[in-house]
Ligand binder design. Sequence first.
Ligand code: KIV
Ligand code: ZN
Length: 517
Amino acid sequence: MDDKKKIHIFDTTLRDGEQCPGASMDEKSKLEVAKQLADLGVDIIEAGFPITSPGDAAAVKRIAREVRGPVICALARAVQKDMDTALEALKPAKRSRLHVFIATSEIHRKHKLNKAKEEIVRIATSSVRYARERIEQVEFSPEDASRTEPDFLCEVVEAVIDAGASVINIPDTVGYTTPFEFEALIKTLFANVRNIDRAVISVHCHNDLGLAVANSLAAVRAGARQIECTVNGIGERAGNAALEEVVMALDTRPDIFGGLYTSVNKKEICKASRLVSALTGFVVQPNKAVVGRNAFTHESGIHQDGLLKLRKTYEIMRPEDVGFGETQLVLGKHSGRHALEVRLNKLGYKLDEKELDRVFADFKVLADRKKEVFDDDLVALLENRLVSVPSAYQLVAWSASLDSSKKPQVQLKLKVRGKTLTASGTGSGPVDACYKTLDRLLKVRTKLLDYQIRSVTVGKDAQGEVTVKVQGPDGKPVTGLGLSTDVVEASVKAYLDALNKIAHSGPARKGRTAYGV
Ligand code: KIV
Ligand code: ZN
């Protein structure tokens, strides 16, 4: 393949994606995502912004130590302490990159940094030089580049390339630009920056006007060869360019993009999407391009008729190419451990003996309740396992009496550090009653920020997956996931999952945790 035609995929799900309110992940979740990104075949993983918190630095370090394949990158402001912290976190990586940024637009210079142009150039170049003395790959971003005066942008870019930056990223920080304008801006850089052939030009587009993917694609037509993007397009405000859309647009329209290609393993796309959604609690909208549940569903009779005659009449991508499960009937309650293992392998999951035992136990419980177990059911079981932490609180049993003329009454039985506790209570509905009873029983004080439910597969006996976002004692949102064929049970499990996470990594980690576990 012609290297000049390769578009490098720089994934920033773990940095810009995680930066959006409510999408925060713990270290274990970040590692899972990073491993999946490696399987997906992205070229660079921006693993975090280490100066922002010790937790972020630790996650970057762990990813640098344990994830092989992609270049591991960390973000730093053009400030020595930021750069040192990021460099330290990157040390265990085989291949690493430091990403340094400073804002260049007039509005940021005047109102945020209070610095003149000359000072910006001086800070940018001295920071890149400092970084380059310590690490081979240095990427530089002039923040808010799309609103920077083009002449000044060219000046900064030329200066940082001379200082040693080998990747120059052009961010559309506030999602303001449009495809024609952004393509022209990239062309301006190629036409006016003397040493531009010594760097790869990258773009980083936000989605405030819904143009992040279009702007990124316009930029590659002008010569950009790296796209910064996130799985499911999560990110600050309206998000970043969605990785799956960028990759599939290039793949589907080589005629328009002149044979530009990525090294992404497309069959892993849906798996990555589901994992990020499960770990962040950001449910993918059904009509989301490429990975939404309806992305390949054809409802109208005319479309269905056309599809049956020739798929290409209404299908521009094949669902199986992006790993979209065909919701086949796979297993039932008489299926054995080996059959489960074979099916999971087919779905791309390789589990060790212990993990397989656990998933098999969950599968048996599910198969007892549900006649038909589909691929998506198995994926949901696995994701639940991946995100779970050692359980301080476990649901043993529950019951509810419901009568439309009375308030619901629930009874809960839990295992808390080996002890069995029971309690009953009431509320405005069965879920509310369970949550209130749990709060009382466990003496916890949380705020429920969000509650969502989706059905994993089709049918009346489908599993419901509940995602809750709960504010713990340190004010940070924590995501909990619960799965069951019964929505009340799924809701209780989701809430307990969030409480377990708070108990596992809460602020009172030294000694007893916040909730006495
Ligand atoms: O949007 C932005 O400008 C950024 C930079 C730090 C690259 O995220
Ligand atoms: Zn950004």
